[in-house]
Design a protein around this ligand. Structure first.
Ligand code: NAP
Length: 254
């Protein structure tokens, strides 16, 4: 039986676990432990950091893992770098499952920035009532923005430091267009700040922003690791994992 480690924290990771489990693979999903109630999933679950690339490499060896699928969020760069390092050291095949980024359409007014700090610097010139959906992780970047109010939407309540003027809305996607439209209207939102997470469940806010003709500050993804082959769909990732025979060696190719 093939033993697969899925680095998770995304909807795709959860769905991939189901597909691989149903196909007879021994699947373990790894989560960082950021969310208090991660929900049910197929196969085994382990929670918490490995202790860097060293710890991850030791874990792969200890659990005789045949293949790793990095299905983490496109902005979770550290765990992906650690996975590349650990897989190379243990000669474990590694694949990245990365959903495509969002693409600008007619009627959009997107301003691309390299990180949340650049986004925070750009806010004062663009809007005063901001829907902020970059997650609760890096909110300190917005803490000093004095002349804007933020509706901070995150899965779990954020820890300080948070923006000076703000309200927190805890919510987990998927989000519907009519709800995003109503939310923006209710709070008179005139700027959306988000990351290029990609994927349909979080895309309705972009359509709502387009309808309102408001600008979007879009944080660019960190670059994908060139040395790790990547696919964009669960079916491709499942096919790749199931094709790794136990003991097939260092075949880290797409
Ligand atoms: P990160 O900065 O890349 O990782 C920081 C550390 O957290 C890693 O070095 C690792 O600790 C641990 N870690 C991260 N993902 C892990 C996993 N799947 N299993 C075990 N340990 C993990 O990650 P992040 O941006 O904080 O994201 C954390 C998790 O939330 C990820 O699993 C990601 O898929 C999910 N997520 C992130 C975002 C986002 O915007 N960043 C959005 C939605 C979901 P050790 O070095 O000790 O192993």
């Amino acid at each position: 039986m093939i033993r697969v480690l899925i680095l998770g924290g995304t909807v795709e990771a959860r769905d991939l676990a189901t597909v691989l489990h149903d196909a007879g693979a021994a699947v373990t999903t790894s989560l960082a432990g950021r969310v208090t109630r991660p929900g049910e999933r197929s196969g085994a679950l382990r929670v918490g950091g490995f202790g860097g690339a060293d710890g991850q490499a030791a874990w792969l060896t200890e659990h005789a893992i045949d293949a790793v699928v990095d299905a983490t969020h496109p902005f979770a760069a550290r765990i992906s770098a650690n996975a590349a390092d650990a897989a190379a050291r243990t000669r474990t095949p590694l694949l990245a499952l990365r959903r495509p980024g969002w693409e600008e359409r007619d009627g959009d007014d997107w301003r691309w920035v390299d990180d949340v700090h650049a986004a925070a610097r750009a806010v004062p010139g663009l809007g005063r009532r901001v829907l902020l959906t970059t997650g609760r992780g890096e909110l300190e970047a917005f803490a000093a923005v004095d002349d804007a109010w933020f509706l901070v939407r995150s899965v779990e309540p954020p820890d300080p430091p948070v923006p000076l003027h703000h309200e927190v809305l805890t919510a987990r996607g998927p989000f519907r267009l009519e709800d995003e439209r109503a939310l923006m209207q209710r709070h008179a939102i005139d700027l959306l700040v988000t990351k290029d997470s990609g994927g349909a469940p979080a895309a309705a806010k972009l359509a709502a922003a387009r309808e309102r003709a408001i600008p979007v500050l879009m944080v660019r993804r960190p670059p994908a690791l060139a040395e790790v082959p990547g696919v964009e769909t669960i079916a491709e990732a499942a096919g790749w994992a199931l094709a790794r025979d136990a003991g097939s060696g260092p075949a880290a190719s797409g």
